[in-house]
Write a protein that binds this ligand. Structure first.
Ligand code: ATP
Ligand code: MG
Length: 432
């Protein structure tokens, strides 16, 4: 994409009400625009990142056999009356009446809708286990929307729901998702910390939150340093669930310093952003909504269920919280809106323009996600804009390039520069 064709606008300052760094950087680099309180428009650059995160999540879900669907955002109230949650949910739920005076709502989550779907389509134990998931917009009328898309009112969530024949199988589905989430967050370029939120399948309860460490995280998290050590040694996603469960983790009030057995020197306390949350809750919805399935022995039974959420739009902010410096965002390659940017410092120089155009065309034909900053701005303006929007690799065309046809390749994160020939540049860019 040439920047002359791309709708992009950067700002020197962020509004004073934007307090946290990710919110400030998202506004300054024009990723989002607040349409009204807690409700955002995703601008071209922001949407590119959001879509990349979405694609990684979908890929990892599909890989473990989850079935992608898309449920409606508007739901009938009667499902929630059936499940018993209609009154409990309170003011976070946006309640709507249609022209026939029927009660509808904008979905804050989809357990009821998916259970209704399952009672229509899942009739036999042979169809189990089944996991459905979707990536869709939710609405929660948060009492205090803040930090930009970190806590919005309308936000993008990946929500998944598992249906199993019995508790053992349900826990198996839960573990499958647990590991898939670890891999997903790592592929996005983050270090996930699964925090035990409820343990013990007895009583049908098992739950983990996935946190990303950041100073601005809304939760206080505690975990045994063993977690970091094991992660560094083997990669936490390669460790058995039972081993991970042995490592002490807790968030907020669930942590009790008097009963916690981890010695203070081994206990890490920091702040976390909750980017995912998974639950095993048994037959809560299958029973209340009468989802019955014919068992092997012919007897009908209520399937065991779990639900699994990832805050897709919140992840964009979390990635920035974990990857930035004083100049701006530093996107991990996997989710960068563009992988490389071509910047020419030589304005009104036909040779430089020709060289840049030739490189741009070559990168396009090599399928490189490339941005070409072809503005006739001062080099300093271009550099500070590109540092701000955080394209991870910069290819710079300077005075020398015009003479020898070589480029300077600069890594946004480390600042390391190298001189590359035309062909070296193309193959390096194609290899990212
Ligand atoms: P929180 O504790 O942050 O309010 P939650 O526990 O209510 O979140 P879940 O119902 O577990 O949220 O939803 C799954 C995921 O959706 C969360 O882990 C979070 O990443 C994301 N999420 C929840 N609420 C919001 C919001 N208002 N804005 C953006 N993302 C959100
Ligand atoms: Mg939660």
């Amino acid at each position: 994409m040439k920047i002359s064709d791309f709708f992009i606008q950067t700002f020197r300052e962020a509004p004073a009400e934007a307090q946290v760094i990710s919110h400030r950087l998202m506004l300054r680099s024009g990723l989002i625009y607040q349409t009204c309180n807690g409700i955002y428009t995703w601008m071209p650059l922001g949407l590119k990142v959001l879509s990349k995160i979405e694609a990684i999540i979908a890929y990892e879900q599909n890989k473990i056999g989850c079935n992608r669907i898309l449920m409606p955002t508007i739901q009938p109230a009667n499902f929630w009356i059936e499940s018993g949650r209609y009154n409990d949910y309170g003011k976070e739920m946006l309640r709507i009446k249609d022209r026939h005076d029927k009660d509808l709502l904008y979905g804050p989550t989809h357990e009821e809708v998916v259970t209704d779907l399952a009672r229509r389509f899942i009739k036999s134990y042979r169809q189990l286990p089944t996991i459905f998931y979707q990536i869709s917009w939710k609405f929660r009328d948060e009492i205090r929307p803040r930090f930009g898309v970190m806590r919005g009112r309308e936000f993008l969530m990946k929500d998944g729901y598992s249906f199993d024949i019995d508790q053992k199988s349900a826990i198996n589905s839960y573990k499958k998702i647990f590991f898939s989430y670890l891999k997903t967050f790592k592929r996005i370029g983050l270090k996930p910390i699964p925090i035990c939120a409820a343990s013990g399948a007895i009583g049908g309860n098992l739950s983990h939150e996935f946190h990303i460490e950041a100073k601005t995280g809304e939760s206080e998290i505690f975990y045994d340093y063993t977690y970091d050590e094991i992660d560094a040694q083997k990669g936490i996603e390669n460790v058995a669930f039972e081993e991970i469960e042995k490592i002490y983790t807790a968030a907020d009030e669930k942590h009790n310093s008097t009963t916690c057995k981890v010695p203070p020197t081994r206990l890490k306390s920091s702040r976390g952003i909750e980017v995912g949350h998974i639950f095993y809750f048994g037959r809560k919805y299958s029973e209340s909504m009468n989802l019955v399935v014919a068992g092997k022995d012919g007897h009908p039974f209520f399937p065991e269920m779990g639900s699994y959420g990832i805050g897709v739009s919140r992840l964009v902010a979390a990635v920035i919280e974990a990857n930035h410096d004083e100049y701006g965002i530093i996107w991990p390659d996997a989710v960068a809106p563009f992988k490389v940017v071509i910047i020419t410092t030589q304005n009104n120089n036909e040779q430089a323009d020709t060289l840049a155009e030739r490189l741009y065309q070559k990168l396009l034909s090599a399928n490189v996600d490339v941005l070409f900053d072809n503005r006739s701005e001062r080099a300093g303006v271009k550099f500070s804009d590109m540092d701000l929007i955080g394209i991870p690799h910069q290819i710079i065309i300077g005075a020398e390039s015009v003479k020898n046809g070589n480029f300077e390749w600069k890594e946004r994160r480390s600042g390391i520069r190298s001189n590359l020939t035309f062909d070296e540049t193309v193959s390096r860019a194609a290899g990212i």
